[in-house]
Ligand binder design. Structure first.
Ligand SMILES: Nc1ncnc2c1ncn2[C@@H]1O[C@H](COP(=O)(O)OP(=O)(O)OP(=O)(O)O)[C@@H](O)[C@H]1O
Ligand SMILES: [Mg+2]
Length: 215
C-alpha cells in the first residue's frame, strides 16, 4: 500500500491551525482520502500528559532546553504510536503543530542554540518528515487577540497558557522564524495568509494541497 501523506500546520498563537486542520480533513474526506487529525504537543496518551506539563502555568518558568526535551519526548512518542503507523497504513496525517514549532518557540522564542534544536529534530523526526507544511501567517497581535477572545475569563492568566502569556517581542520572534523556515525550505513549506475569513483561508489551503500533493 502507498504511504499516506504527512501535512503539518504551523504558525503562532490563534493563527487558525486547529480550525484549518479540521476543515482540511473534511475536504480530503470528501475526496475519498482518509485523514487523521492530530496535534502537538499531544496526539498520544503520553504526549497529552506531557502537553499538560508544558502548557500549564503551575510549574513556573521552564528553561528552553528542558522545554525542547519535553516537546521532543512527546513528539517521539507521537511519531512512534500514531503518525508513522497511520502513514504506513496509507492514511494521511494532518498534524496541528510539529517540529517547526520547536524551532520557533524554543529556538527563536526561547533563544535555545539552533544546533541543539536541529540535532534533536533530526533524531526525533527521522521516521516522519512532513510532505507539506502550511505556515499560517498573520500579525502576532491579531493572533493573540483571536486566542484571547476564544477563552476570555477562564482559569489563571485570563485563560491563557504559558506561551500565550509571553510578551509581544517573543511572539514576533516566532512569526519571523516561521517565515524564515518557509523561505529556507520552499519545497516543503507554503506560507498561507491567515488574516482573511476562515472559509477563505481554507480555500487557499486546499488549493496548495491540491497543487503540491497532486490531487
Ligand atoms: N480566519 C479567521 N478569522 C477570524 N477568526 C478565526 C479565524 N480562524 C480561526 N479563528 C478563531 O480564532 C480562534 C483561534 O483559532 P484556532 O484555535 O483555530 O487557532 P490555533 O492556531 O489553533 O491557535 P493556538 O495556537 O492557540 O492553538 C478561534 O476562536 C477561532 O474560531
Ligand atoms: Mg490550536
Amino acid at each position: 500500500m502507498a504511504k499516506g501523506k504527512f501535512i503539518t500546520l504551523e504558525g503562532g498563537e490563534g493563527a487558525g491551525k486547529s480550525t484549518q486542520a479540521r476543515l482540511l480533513a473534511a475536504w480530503l474526506g470528501a475526496r475519498g482520502i482518509d485523514a487523521v487529525v492530530t496535534r502537538e504537543p499531544g496526539g498520544s496518551p503520553l504526549g497529552e500528559s506531557i502537553r499538560g506539563l508544558l502548557l500549564s502555568s503551575q510549574n513556573g518558568p521552564i528553561d528552553p532546553l528542558t522545554e525542547a526535551l519535553l516537546f521532543n519526548g512527546a513528539r517521539r512518542d507521537h511519531v512512534l504510536r500514531l503518525i508513522k503507523p497511520a502513514l504506513d497504513a496509507g492514511r494521511w496525517v494532518i498534524c496541528d503543530r510539529y517540529a517547526d514549532s520547536t524551532r520557533a518557540y524554543q529556538g527563536a522564542g526561547g533563544q535555545l542554540d539552533a544546533a541543539i534544536v536541529e540535532r534533536l529534530e533530526h533524531w526525533v523526526t527521522a521516521d516522519a518528515r512532513p510532505d507539506l507544511t502550511l505556515i499560517l501567517d498573520l500579525p502576532e497581535a491579531d493572533g493573540l487577540a483571536r486566542a484571547a477572545a476564544r477563552h476570555a475569563g477562564t482559569e489563571s492568566l485570563g485563560g491563557r497558557d504559558r506561551f500565550e502569556a509571553a510578551d509581544l517581542a517573543f511572539h514576533l520572534r516566532l512569526r519571523l522564524m516561521f517565515l524564515r523556515i518557509a523561505r529556507s525550505e520552499p519545497a516543503r513549506c507554503a506560507i498561507v495568509n491567515a488574516e482573511p475569513a476562515v472559509e477563505e483561508v481554507s480555500a487557499a489551503i486546499c488549493a496548495v494541497v491540491s497543487e503540491r500533493l497532486g490531487l
